[in-house]
Design a protein around this ligand. Sequence first.
Ligand code: MSP
Length: 512
Amino acid sequence: MGRDVFYITTPIYYPNDVPHIGHAYDAVATDFIARYHRLRGEEVFHLTGTDEHGLKLQRAAEAAGMSPKEWVDSMEPRWREVWARLDIAYDDYIRTTESRHEAAVKKLLQTVHDNGRDDIYLGTYEGLYCVSCELYYTEDELVDGRCPIHGIPVEAMREENYFFRLSAYADRLLRHYEAHPKAVQPEVRRNEVLSVVRGGLQDFSISRTSFRWGIPLPWDPAHVNYVWFDALTNYITAAGYGSDPERFARVWPANIHMIGKDILRQHAIYWPAMLMAADIEPPEQVWAHGFLTVGGQKMSKTNATGIHPFELVDHFGVDAYRYYFIREIQFGQDGSFSFESMNDRYHADLANGLGNLASRVLAMLGSYYDGLVPEVPATGMEGDLPALVKDVTSRYDGLMLDVALTPAVAAVWELVGRANQYLVERAPWRLAKDPERRDDLAGVLYAAAEILRILAVLLSPVMPGAAGRLWTQLGISEPLAAQNVPEAAEWGRLAPGTRTTKGEPLFPRLDS
Ligand code: MSP
C-alpha cells in the first residue's frame, strides 16, 4: 500500500481522438479494483486523466485548424463523458496541461538534473521515430521497416536532445525486481522486462527542440520535455509531489499502475529509474493487461474496428458492459470482442442468471409475504448456502487482491448458479401450497433473499448500477455504499420485516 492510501492509476489517455473500447477496458478494470478496495473499507485514490502534450497532439490540432490548447480543451470532455457513463468513479482527473503538473515536472527534472550523478546530459540524437509511440526505434526493432506497435512508417530524425542516463540504472532495476517479485505483473510481462533490462539499457532522450507543445526544461527553455518523461510524472503530480509533501508521504508509492502491454517498457523500466534518480520510491506494481481485438485485428479507426463504448452501452447497458469485458476475456491475456459473445453472456449470465434469480425471489416474497422479508424459523432450510457464501467471499477477496479479475467474478457467479439450483431443489412454489410447511417456505425465501443481499454487496464494484437497483428492490435502509466486506457478506444480516419490491427486471431480455 501507499503509506496510508490504496493508490491506483490508469494510463493517461491521448485525447487526439475519442475513446474506443480498448481504452475503456483499462478504465473499467481499474475502477473495479478501486471500488473493491473501497468496499474493503480502505481509503482509495483512483487517478485518471489525459496526456495532452507532444507532436502527435500538435499535429492533430493543426489538422483541425486549432491551437494545441484549444484542441485538447475540445477533446478532453469527450473522454470524461465516457467515464461518467461507464460509472468510472475516479477521485482525481489530471490533465498534463494543468499548472500543477507543469510545476511537478519541472521539479522532477531539476532534481534529477542536479542529483550530482550527471543523470541528465546534452547529446545528439539521430534515429527512427514513431510519432504514434513518441519513441525512437532501432532498425532491428522495426517490423518490415515500420513501427512494431502501430505498423506505420517511422521518420528519420536528428536533433540535439537532453538524455536521461537510463543505462546507469540496470543493476538497481534488477535488484528492485528481485526484491519485489510482484513489481511487474503478470509473470509473462515481468519476464519480458527482466530480459530487456538484462539485454542492456540505452539512455533515452527527454527533450525536443523540433516542436514547442510541451513543458520547457527549467534550465534550458529552448527545449521542451519529451512526452514520456512528462506523462509518467502525472502519477506523482496528483499525489502531491512538489506541492503537498504530507499528502505525498501518505499516498506514494502507488500500489498499482494499470496499463496495457504496449506501454510496459516506459512504466516498468523508464519510470522506476526516473524515480530512483530523484530518490523517490518506485511504484509497488505495474500491471500490464492484454489487448482487445475485433475480428482478429487490433482496434483502430482506419479499419473500422474502433468501437466507441456507447455503441455497446446503448444496447446492453453499462453494467452488462463492465461485466462482459471483465468476465469474457481472461484478464492479463489478449481477447477478442464480438457482439455475439456479448449477447450470449448477457442472456446466459445476466438475464437468465442473476436477473432471473432476483426476479423470482422478489416475486415470491411479494406473493407469499406481501413483500416483507420473513422471520427465520429454525428449520435449517438454508442448507449449504452460508458455507458457500463464506468460501466464495474469501476466495473473491484473495483473487481481487491478486488482480485476478476474471476468476474473481466467476467465483461470485458460483453463488448465482448455486442459488438458482437451490430454488429448483427446494421448490418454494410447492411449499407455498402446503400450510404445514410455512416455516420451511420462510426459511427458503429468507435464504434466497439473503443471497441477493450478499450478491448486491459483492457485485457492487463490478456492476455498481445493477447492484444499486437490486439493493433498492431489497429495500434495505442502510446505503449500499456504506457496506464493507467481509462483515457485510456475513450470513444473516438481512433484517426480517424489510420491505422488498419487485421492480423492473435487472437485465431484461434483448432483441439481438
Ligand atoms: N498517453 C499514453 C500513456 C501515458 S501513461 C503515463 C498512451 N495513451 S493511449 O491513449 O494511446 O493508450 C492508453 C491505454 O489504452 C494504454 O494502456 C493502452 O494499452 C490502452 N489500449 C489502447 N488500445 C487498446 C486495445 N485495443 N486493447 C486494450 N487496451 C488498449 O499510451
